[in-house]
Write a protein that binds this ligand. Sequence first.
Ligand code: SAM
Length: 243
Amino acid sequence: MRRLFYSMITSPHNEKLKEIRKLAARRRVRSTSGRFVAEGEDLLAAADLAGWEPVVRLCAAGSGLAGEEVAPELLASLSGLGSGCRTLAVYEERWVAEPMSLCVYLHGVHDPGNVGTVLRGAAAFGAACVALGPHCADPFSPKAVRASMGAIFEVPVARAGVEALPRPLIALAAGEGKALWEIRVHGGTKSPTLLIGSERDGLPDEILAAADHVAHIPIQTHSLNAAMAATIALYEISRMPPA
Ligand SMILES: C[S@@+](CC[C@H](N)C(=O)[O-])C[C@H]1O[C@@H](n2cnc3c(N)ncnc32)[C@H](O)[C@@H]1O
């Protein structure tokens, strides 16, 4: 009679677990391997729905979830969540070569939570791409992936300089240029690229100069957080009447 053996990962020195720890902790390891980690049932369900095949998929032993079983406390120790997790997976990163519009371009947005939240807003308003300029956080870092709430599997990401972005370019700058709704109403904004600057310094002068429009979201304080501004701008653009 054939006997079936089910193995479970129980050693912290297991090679897959070592790779996952490194991928989660270091941007350099992610960029050289081209792989990243997502954790939790909701994120993995979003990946499944979007047709992403994991390279490695692990689950807590006895959870009944898909994947290779790992001793639950060991899996929890890999998690970046305070509460641990019951499943995680490794995927190949996907980058598109050319940004498509409707596009959000981020310049110097350092905070991975903001990058992930921009992806979430981009998915909500049907943007075709999020393009990352210099000094942006890694969209495949664990914090960005979590903040994206699965949008990292839905919205293509590109590395791009401003010259490669689809026009028209609308630079978002607090208190500068026209109100964004005026630009929307007066046309010329069909599927633009929205340019968003860094949390501290905003957009540099050369990016403002390269833009076709400079616009602000009218507010009663000095400025919004970068991800909030991107989401409100996407909403404003989504209200454009069809061509
Ligand atoms: C926290 S803000 C940068 C604030 C920076 N100290 C400044 O004065 O530009 C980050 C980015 O969000 C966008 N942003 C924030 N508030 C905005 C507003 N009211 N209108 C348009 N864009 C805004 C801009 O792209 C800005 O570069």
